[in-house]
Design a binder for this molecule. Structure first.
Ligand code: G3I
Length: 485
């Protein structure tokens, strides 16, 4: 079925940061907590760590501007919440329907996001015609034809597939699915081989729930991976769904991710949500935020953890209340698409830059009193820069907070400064960075083009040096000299 319809999607550019970057950066210095509009998008912050932040997408919700704008702004990976599953793509044998799956693929391409495939072989959301097959050879043929058709259609676009989903029971035995019952243990590797043949470039993952900590089920998958690697069965990654409960993040989560990473395969948090009793109390939301931070930090601490995917955008459209009545509020945005403490926690964990909007402009300005340092900043100064850096023998990471100390908003700002001789910009964030000669310019990022009076922006960069790691002496914002703090 591959190629039966014109395919419109195509990836414009890879958005993955280099894995070499992972772990080598310091987070930008943060100022006061802010709303989503005042934070660097999660995807940009994650990119600095060499990771992606993903979301499960339901294409019918893209008509909602609130849903769409969050999905477009924040995520560098999308996965179809349901649209690539067997019942959506092959509801009748040999008849393929690609509508929703193609919409998700197109959204990924349009937004320069990775496309993650979920899922090729799963006992759930399986059309009844599959479950009705009793002949093992016929079932194996149906399975491999399905894998070939779906993985083949998105070959070159999907970067990783959940080839087999939820194949194990909690005690580590094989789930007695129709595939296991009719085909035996070998069905998993048959599916992986078919996926590799259909899309040689996609990474092939096994995915499951309640495997987030070290337990019988995750150990069974660990042993399967070891066996596959030893026998040359194609497998590249393991997905940990992480449908968690507030206050119950497994203490062994990081160690669990690390033991898989140490096998030389990639790991990912694939379906993260952290549910609580609804309506949530403020204390539960704070605890949830801490739990989200723990999960993201566990991924960041593990070399081959390539990112975290949220299983939905807002609490308004999560699967949880339908399955766990009285539970929910599990995501980063509430039912009105307002960010929750959990959003701030994830942004903080990723080191997302912050814009401090400054004092409320409707309030009476306070008298600044006499100038405490009449020899300091020029009288005309309307900005102030705080510059800190962490240096080593050949380079440094600099954090820079720039405050509008004037009375007018700074619109479309850019900041320039001269670096000491021998210093060379290697990478900047929270803004567009460039260097000409010794002059470095950072232009406003799209999420912080305006800085209100009293407001500030945190940004930063990495640079190399040839022995002199001293700091710049002067800064100008829109051509006006800033005070240096
Ligand atoms: O599309 C039909 C619609 O035609 C019908 O009118 C409606 C009536 O209930 O149902 C619709 O199908 C629903 C489907 O989502 C699409 O919205 C199913 O009932 C509903 O069961 C299904 O739930 C999905 C669930 O997987 C199925 O097991 C959830 O949205 C989805 O979030 C959830 O995702 C799974 C992952 O794939 C694997 N890991 C666990 C995770 C949570 O269960």
């Amino acid at each position: 079925m591959n190629g039966t319809a014109p395919r419109r999607w195509s990836r414009v550019a890879a958005v993955l940061g280099s894995a070499l970057v992972a772990g080598s950066l310091l987070a930008p210095v943060l100022t006061a907590p802010a709303s989503a509009a005042d934070r660097e998008p999660l995807r940009d912050a994650a990119e600095r760590t060499g990771r992606t932040v993903g979301v499960a997408l339901a294409p019918h919700l893209l008509d909602d501007p609130a849903y769409r704008s969050v999905a477009e702004r924040e995520f560098s990976l999308v996965v179809a919440e349901n649209a690539m599953k067997w019942d959506s793509t092959e509801p009748n044998r040999g008849t393929f329907t690609w509508g929703g799956a193609d919409e998700v693929a197109q959204f990924a391409a349009d937004n320069d996001a990775e496309l993650y495939g979920h899922t090729l072989v799963w006992h759930s959301q399986l059309p009844s015609w599959v479950s009705a097959i009793t002949d093992p050879d016929d079932l194996r043929t149906a399975m491999t034809e399905h894998v070939s058709a779906v993985a083949g259609r998105y070959a070159g676009d999907v970067t990783a597939w959940d080839v087999v989903n939820e194949a194990f029971e909690g005690d580590g035995t094989r789930r007695r699915s129709v595939f296991q019952e009719r085909l035996g243990d070998g069905y998993i590797e048959d599916a992986f081989r078919a996926a590799r043949a259909a899309d040689p470039d996609a990474r092939l993952c096994i995915n499951d729930y309640s495997t987030d900590g070290i337990n019988a089920k995750s150990t069974a998958i660990y042993e399967l991976v070891r066996d596959f690697l030893a026998r040359g069965v194609p497998i590249d990654c393991v997905g940990f769904q992480s449908h968690l409960i507030v206050g119950q993040v497994p203490s062994s989560m990081e160690a669990n991710l690390r033991r898989f990473s140490d096998l030389g395969i990639d790991v990912r948090i694939t379906e993260l949500d952290i549910r609580t009793t609804t309506p949530p109390t403020p204390a539960a939301l704070e605890r949830q935020a801490a739990d989200y931070r723990t999960v993201v930090e566990a991924c960041l601490a593990v070399t081959r953890c390539d990112g975290v995917t949220l299983w939905g955008v807002s609490d308004a459209n999560s699967w949880i209340p339908g399955v766990f009545p009285g539970q929910g509020a599990a995501l980063l945005w509430d039912e009105d698409y307002a960010t929750k403490p959990a959003y701030t926690a994830v942004a903080d964990a990723l080191g997302a830059g912050t814009v401090d909007p400054g004092p409320d402009p409707t309030e009476e300005p306070t008298d600044p009193g006499p100038d405490p340092d009449p020899t300091g900043p020029p009288a005309t100064s309307t900005c102030e820069v705080a510059f800190t850096r962490h240096a080593w023998d050949t380079g440094f990471t600099a954090a820079l907070t720039f405050t509008n100390t004037g009375t007018e908003p700074l619109t479309g700002w850019s900041l320039t400064f001269d670096m000491p001789a021998g210093q060379s910009l290697t990478q900047g964030w929270s803004g567009t960075w460039s260097q000409t000669g010794r002059t470095v310019t950072v232009a406003a990022p799209a999420w912080a083009t305006d800085v209100a009076p009293g407001g500030s922006v945190s940004t930063g960069f990495n640079a190399s040096h040839s022995g002199d790691a001293s700091v710049p002496e002067t800064f100008e914002a829109n051509g006006v000299a800033c005070a240096v703090r």
